[in-house]
Each structure stands twice: as C-alpha cells, then as structure tokens.
Design a protein around this ligand. Structure first.
Ligand code: EPU
Length: 419
C-alpha cells in the first residue's frame, strides 16, 4: 500500500498551478452519453475518479481515450447498465442515470451504497426523474428505470443537491418541453454542466441560482469543452500555504467561487492578494481562530472543512467548526488528535483549541478531504508524518507530492506499507 511521507517544518515558497475541477469533469464526462459522435474534454485532471468514469463509459459501450488533460469520448452502442463493481468505487457514477434514462428510455444503475462521510441517499435524483416521467423501481440493489421520452415538469428539491441538480438538468436537456428545477444547488460545477448542455443544443438558464429552467432538445450534439479550475484544490493549497507559512502564488484560481474560504482565511490573519490570474498567499504572523459553518454554495464548502479545521489547530484561541452537510465528516479529528491536536466534537460541531505544535506520526484517513487535512498537518508537524491510504488523495489531488515538493515541502510517495 502507498503512503505519503512528509517531514514537517518547511515554509512553502513558489508557484503552484491548479488543475481542472474533478467535480465538473465527472458530470461532463457523463453528459457525453446524451449525444452520438465524439466529444472532447480539455483541462481534465489526472485522477483516479476520472479513470473510473472512463471505465464506466467503456462498460456502457462508448469508446474512451483518457489521456488527461484531454479525454475524448467517441461513439459506440450503449447498453444502459452500470454495474455495482464500478458504482461502488465512486458514488458520482450515479451521474449516468439522468443521461441514460433521457437518451435510452431505460437504465439499470447500481445504488451507490454506503459512504464514509454520511448516508448520502439519492432519493431526490429518483423523485425528480419520476416527475419527468421515468418509472423507477429498486430491485436487488439496482435502480431500474423505464420510460418513453421524458416530459418537462417542475421539480422542487427538498435540499440543494449538487449531483441531483446535475442529473436532472442532463435528463431535462432531452425531455420534451420545459422543466423547472427549484431549490437547486448553486455550485460552480452546476453552472459548468449547464454551459456544456447549452453547447450541446439544450436551452438552460438560471444555473447558479436556486431556480433553473431547461428547454429540452430532440437531439443533442457532441461538444468540445475545457473544464474550469478546481476550487477545492485551490482552497487546499491556500490552507497549506497558510499552515506552513511562506509566500505562494497559486495560479488559475477561480477566485470568485472561493469568496467564503478567502474571507475566513483573511479573518484568520492570512494575506491573500490577487496576482495575475492567481492569488498570492502570504502568512508570516500568528493565526487567529475563526468560526466556520459549512453550507451549500456560496457558503463555506464542506469539502474545505477538514483542511480549515486543521489550520485552526494552530490558531490563537478556540475555533468552532460546524458541519451541516454530511453527518460523519469529522474522521480527521481522531487522527489529528494522535498528532497532538486538541479538538472536542459535540454533535455537528468541533471545538478546536490551539496547541503549540503537532507531532509527526503515522495517520490514515478514510476520505479524500480528510486525507488532505492530514497532509497539511504533516507539513507543520515536528518530524516525520506518514499519511497512509494515498489512494484517497489520488481521487482528488493531481500530483500532490510533486506540487508540494515544488513549493519546497519535503514530501515523497512511499510504497510497501502494511495494509
Ligand atoms: N441528499 C439527500 N438526498 C439526495 C441527494 C442529497 O438527502 O437525493 C443530501 C446529502 O445526503 C447531503 C446533502 O443532501 O446531506 C447534499 O449532498 P449533495 O447531493 O449536494 O452531494 P453530492 O452531490 O453527492 C457533491 C460533491 C461532493 C461534495 C458535495 C457537497 C460531486 C461528484 N461530489 O456530492 O464532493 O462534498 O456535493 O458540496 O460533485 C469531494 O469532492 O470530496 C466530495 C465529497
């Protein structure tokens, strides 16, 4: 098993470039199912989840050349069945459901099953597709859907759901007539999917607000699209620079999508200045504690909570971090505790008290963002830290050890660790 080995204590200096957004690339790869012909995606990050999605599209029958930063999806006869073996590797596989139902009138997609960060049901996806006319039943762990052509309708989501909104936008793009989606997720990745659907010939308006209108097309065309930068990768490098100290230019930062994170980092005493198409992050003095509550975009993203909580271990005073999106997203806390952090969790809130220093040791996380927070902890800890199960990081951070290494961190990938 691979791990990341970090010798802490080195400030970060230099430039790092942000890769394409994983959570935009995944639904856009699935959107290729809505048309025949060859679609081209550019600025795709080289990540495990991209490979899994490519495998899924191949299993469905499409030809895929995945050579990030370019991914080409060609034609091929589709069998609309997504097996458990692939869906269990990545929950986002459920994003093929909307396109398959809309395009082929039927689909058999495995239910995603358990997840480390919460129960994460897909009831809103199913409810929405039913409103558009899909006949859905659950059989032996599979979502089975049959329908004629979908018809436009009005779907009111019980809560803003990112992949739910994307699945419904994609389905509605081939439905007959107009669909209105209410209480939508406003994340930038939703806006990016809408952009692609418009390139394909659908008429989508309102993406980025709570209400999205889609006028479906009879047929959609293939597309060529360059994926936006990954705001969570950018936020993670901001926190890394803030934690380790130093002066880092982060290039290709989607600044306007990170306002909540930037505001909290500034409040904590980090200098953040626009510089070209990037952001310069400087931290020289002490950090101040600030409170954070995660919420749907444009609020503070749940995908930045673990990293920010780690930063607060070093900040003067006590910080209160509340997680409102997923019920089980403090798995980094006991591991940070093993490194000497002083954190108490009460329900959905973690109280983080300042400690003088963290001590390096072997740690392990069971999800992507928790793993990122442990890598950042390793950058500031005394001595050597080994973050095990690096495959979590490989799902969401392209070449993380090289990017941190180029900033002067002492980071290496090590293999042969016990399972
Ligand atoms: N929810 C339901 N029913 C549904 C759908 C969602 O109850 O049918 C609940 C969820 O359980 C959760 C809340 O609604 O409490 C919001 O979940 P959402 O559906 O928005 O999450 P998601 O679409 O499954 C995406 C990202 C996650 C990110 C969340 C929240 C992708 C592929 N994944 O997940 O990214 O944390 O939105 O912003 O876009 C990551 O990249 O590490 C990651 C986990």
């Amino acid at each position: 098993m691979d791990g990341i080995q970090i010798v802490g204590g080195k400030p970060l200096h230099g430039t790092v470039r942000i890769s394409g957004a994983k959570n935009a690339a995944l639904p856009i790869m699935c959107a290729t199912l809505l048309s025949d012909g060859e679609s081209m995606l550019r600025n795709v990050p080289a990540l495990r989840d991209i490979g899994t999605t490519a495998d899924l599209l191949r299993t469905l029958g499409r030809e895929v050349e995945d050579a990030p930063p370019e991914v080409r999806v060609g034609g091929g006869e589709v069998t609309p069945e997504a097996p458990y073996e692939l869906v269990k590797r990545m929950r986002a596989s459920v994003l093929v459901l909307g396109p398959l139902v809309a395009r082929y009138g039927k689909a058999k997609v495995s239910l995603p099953g358990g997840c480390q960060i919460g129960t994460r049901p897909v009831d809103q996806h199913l409810k929405g597709l039913e409103i558009l006319g899909a006949k859905i039943r659950i059989e032996k762990g599979y979502i089975i859907s049959e329908s004629g052509r979908l018809q436009g309708g009005e779907v009111v989501f019980d809560m803003p759901t990112v992949t739910g909104t994307e699945n419904l936008m994609m389905a509605a793009a081939l439905a007959q007539g107009r669909t209105t989606l209410v209480n939508c997720a406003r994340e930038p990745e939703v806006v990016e999917v809408a952009r692609v659907l418009n390139k394909m010939g659908a008429r989508v308006s309102g993406a980025g607000t709570g209400v999205i209108q889609i006028v479906g097309a009879d047929e959609l065309a293939p597309f060529d699209h360059a994926i936006i930068s990954d705001r969570i990768e950018a936020g993670t490098y901001m926190v890394a620079a803030a934690a380790a100290g130093g002066n880092v230019l982060i290039e290709a930062v989607p600044v306007d999508t990170l306002e909540a994170v930037i505001a909290k980092l500034r409040a904590a005493g980090v200098t953040m200045e626009p510089d070209g198409n990037g952001l310069r992050v400087v931290r020289e003095g002490r950090l101040q504690s600030v409170d954070v509550t995660t919420s749907p975009h444009p609020g503070f993203p749940t995908d930045m909570q673990a990293q920010f909580l780690m930063l607060m271990c070093l900040a003067e005073g006590t910080s209160r971090i509340s997680e409102t999106i997923f019920e089980n997203r403090f798995m980094h806390v006991p591991e940070l505790g093993r490194m000497g952090a002083d954190i108490e969790v009460q329900g959905h809130t973690a109280f983080v008290r300042q400690v003088d220093a963290l001590e390096g040791t072997t740690v392990m996380a069971t999800d992507l963002r928790a793993s990122a927070s442990l890598v950042i902890a390793g950058l500031v800890a005394r001595g050597e830290t080994i973050v095990r199960r690096v495959y979590h990081l490989d799902r969401g951070y392209e070449h993380i050890e090289e990017k941190l290494g180029a900033l002067g961190a002492d980071v290496a990938r090590v293999s042969g660790l016990d399972a």
